[in-house]
Design a binder for this molecule. Structure first.
Ligand SMILES: *[C@@H]1O[C@H](CO)[C@@H](O)[C@H](O)[C@H]1NC(C)=O
Length: 282
């Protein structure tokens, strides 16, 4: 099926550089993206598994991808390319879609996996819908990999990537996200804290860096589908399918926030689908 492809590359070059994750020569990154797209297109053809999409061609041509899941971490392009997620850690399998406890998460739940300090590559034992009670506060070096299962995070608060790095979210359906808050939520094995009312985004990136969101479907959330604010940078948002939503994607929320002048985001191969209204992106 031919999908409309919208390719947009943003490289905001700032006069001051405070963030170590800032790429000094953004034009090189853009050039690299174009080169990998060109290479993938050259490898298309009859009896070839190539699609011309360099991210997909990087792992889908591997028949044993399910045994080599962590290879996906090396397939990103653009400013979020160096997000390794849980590439160097163990596989963690989510078996329990119910029983979300925001302060004392139980082993087997998604929340228990994402708060750990060690790197983890998180996969799902079977199809499931996870309705969270509060925001899912992610810790650094985590991949949420929905490949092989039909996974929905829906109907409650959704994903928050706050002041952490190296996050990959792939192949998950994120929709009907609600506000959470006025509650304690755990963000690591040794810390939980009080959360005020959240925006109700699908994925909220707040001071986060090295983040890659790929092949997710996102729809119908309370605020943004994917918002990146407060000094977030080194992000790639690719191959996502977005529908039925007002404020789709916000990159920086205030002109006076000086940190956001460093923001570097690649937005590529996304499908901005039916029922969207504004911020594609803003
Ligand atoms: C990619 O291919 C296009 C069209 O052939 C060409 O104009 C462009 O220079 C190529 N870019 C890179 C970085 O190789």
């Amino acid at each position: 099926m031919a999908m409309p492809i919208f390719l947009l590359l943003l490289g905001f070059l700032a006069p001051i550089s405070t963030l170590s994750s800032m790429v000094q020569d953004p034009k090189l990154v853009v050039q690299h993206v174009h080169r990998s797209i060109n290479e993938s297109r050259r490898n298309m053809g009859f009896l070839s598994c190539g699609t011309g999409n360099p991210i997909d061609d990087c792992w889908r041509c591997d028949k044993g991808w399910e045994k080599n899941r962590q290879r996906l971490a090396d397939c990103a392009i653009g400013f979020g390319k160096h997000a390794i997620g849980g590439r160097d850690g163990k596989i963690y399998v989510v078996t329990d879609s119910k029983n979300d406890d925001p302060v004392n998460p139980k082993p087997g739940t998604l929340r228990y996996g994402v708060i750990q300090n060690e790197p983890l590559w998180i996969i799902f034992a079977h199809d499931m819908t996870i309705k969270l009670k509060e925001e899912l506060m992610m810790n650094s070096f985590k991949t949420i990999d929905g490949r092989g299962a039909d996974v929905h995070i829906a109907g409650g608060p959704c994903i928050t990537i706050q002041y952490v790095t190296n996050i990959i979210i792939h192949g998950v359906n994120i929709h009907d996200c609600k506000q959470g808050g006025n509650a304690d939520v755990r963000d690591s094995p040794d810390h939980y804290g009080w959360r005020t009312i959240s925006d109700g985004d699908g994925i909220s990136i707040f001071g986060g860096s090295h983040v890659w969101v790929d092949h997710c479907s996102l729809a119908n959330c309370h605020d943004g589908l994917i918002d990146a604010i407060h000094g977030s940078t080194a992000i790639t948002i690719s191959n996502n399918y977005m529908t039925r939503h007002d404020k789709v994607m916000l990159l920086g929320h205030s002109d006076s926030l000086i940190q956001d002048k460093n923001m570097q985001v690649t937005i590529a191969f996304n499908h901005f689908g039916e029922g969207l209204v504004q911020r594609m992106p803003r």
